[in-house]
Design a protein around this ligand. Structure first.
Ligand code: FAD
Ligand code: MG
Length: 375
């Protein structure tokens, strides 16, 4: 039942997020045999939905899964239905990386690095080594606001987990003492990583979804397809251009309730958001969300509800959506404005929206409860 609800949710999300000038006509569905995860359980995968885009005659085949703690949807355009084996290859790829990166699965490379904090260096595969280094680059750019060594603090709060709670002061102080990206030691000779402080936990949750969605996009290209929409729990990569040279129309989620505040038109770009609305709990009328300030150990409260980033690569969009959230409106907007390749949209608690100037044509405000402060 839970799986059916998830799949229905996914279908709804796909409809909301992939705007079409003319709705494609549904031409069928297909059952899928079970695909096994590296963990030994079947991966939760929906049947294919197959639709024809009446304007271009192209076929959109889409499938959904529940992986990396997130609802995933992949839709691929072709002149015929995309076979199950293609989707199986993509879901398998996500599974392989979940089993390298997750801090919640004991056997992953990251879990082995974490289990050896304060002990010995652990060799990791080249791609995980590079991913960790990229994560540390973002820590440097943000003066440590973005810090993937924050896992012990994330675990204490358990926001989005089974037992979310405000941590005891002493436990939080202890956990904060393990957080310092500058102490992550990289050995370029043998690609080993060590965490000198016992108890340090690396958590790549703020960057890895974007990284894995890039890998999925590359694989789709390798398999010979040009246009696809990849949605990792609302983080969307519109790969290539839609048939008819149309942009992808991606909804920007309303952080205060269901629905969207507006849409972004993009071609071959990732649209990735971080906000207070996805993982949070409320205690005594205070909302505690999952983007934590590494100095205080508390959820960042700076008047922001969400930050949406438009970039070519998902890895950058994911790291930057969290980073710019932590920087706050003024610094975050200045940072994005200064870089030609980063577009950003900020939604504030007072329901104002700020965008980088280059987004003024791509963004359309649709919810009039919000006011767009153009500059
Ligand atoms: P983002 O803003 O991109 O990231 C926020 C997350 O980053 C937080 O949840 C926290 O994990 C971390 N973080 C908080 N503060 C900071 C900071 N200052 N600097 C750096 N990082 C910070 N969720 C589950 O519920 N169950 C799972 O089994 C599960 N497995 C996962 C496996 C993998 C490989 C990955 C990548 C994610 C998994 N997740 C799982 C989801 C994960 O725990 C995060 O909640 C999710 O990635 C948050 O993404 P986001 O885009 O919503 O928010
Ligand atoms: Mg992120």
């Amino acid at each position: 039942m839970k799986l059916i609800m998830r799949v229905l949710n996914l279908l709804l999300m796909l409809l909301i997020l992939v705007g079409c000038a003319k709705a494609p006509e549904e031409i069928g569905t297909m059952a899928t045999p079970e695909l096994m995860s590296m963990g030994g359980d079947p991966i939760a995968i929906s049947e294919s939905t197959v639709k024809k885009d009446s304007a271009s005659g192209m076929i959109l085949t889409a499938k959904q899964s529940f992986q990396i703690g997130t609802q995933i949807s992949i839709g691929i355009y072709d002149d015929q239905q995309v076979p199950d084996e293609v989707f199986n290859t993509l879901f398998k790829l996500i599974d392989v990386y979940e089993h390298k990166i997750s801090k919640n699965i004991e056997t992953t490379e990251i879990s082995k690095v974490n289990a050896n904090a304060g002990k010995e260096p652990i060799p990791v595969s080249d791609d995980i080594y590079d991913l960790l280094k990229r994560a540390v680059d973002y820590a440097k750019i943000t003066d440590g606001l973005f810090d993937v060594s924050i896992g012990a603090v994330v675990n204490l709060w358990d926001i989005g987990g089974d037992t979310p709670k405000i941590p005891e002061k002493e436990a939080l102080t202890q956990a904060l003492a393990t957080v310092d990206y500058q102490k992550i030691h990289f050995n370029d000779q043998n690609h080993s990583v060590s965490l000198p402080i016992e108890g340090t936990v690396v958590d790549l949750g703020a960057i890895a979804k974007g990284y894995i969605s890039d890998l999925v996009g590359q694989e789709i290209k390798k398999l010979g397809y040009e246009a696809a929409i990849i949605n990792f729990g609302g983080n969307v990569f519109g790969m290539g251009v839609k048939p008819g040279d149309a942009p992808w129309v991606v909804g920007v989620r309303n952080p205060l309730s269901e629905g969207i505040v507006g849409t972004l038109k993009v071609k071959n770009m990732s649209v990735i958001s971080s906000g207070v609305y996805e993982r949070f709990f409320i205690d005594d009328n205070i909302r505690y969300h999952h983007i934590l300030n590494p100095q205080t150990g508390y959820p960042e409260q700076n008047g922001l509800l969400s930050v949406t980033i438009v970039t070519e690569k998902g890895i950058d969009g994911d790291a930057l959506s969290t980073s710019l959230f932590l920087m706050g409106l003024e610094k975050g907007l200045a940072f994005a404005e200064a870089s030609e390749h980063i577009e950003a949209l900020f939604i504030m608690e007072d329901q104002s929206i700020y965008t980088t100037s280059r987004l003024s044509e791509a963004f359309s405000l649709e919810n009039t409860e919000f006011s767009w402060k153009k500059h």
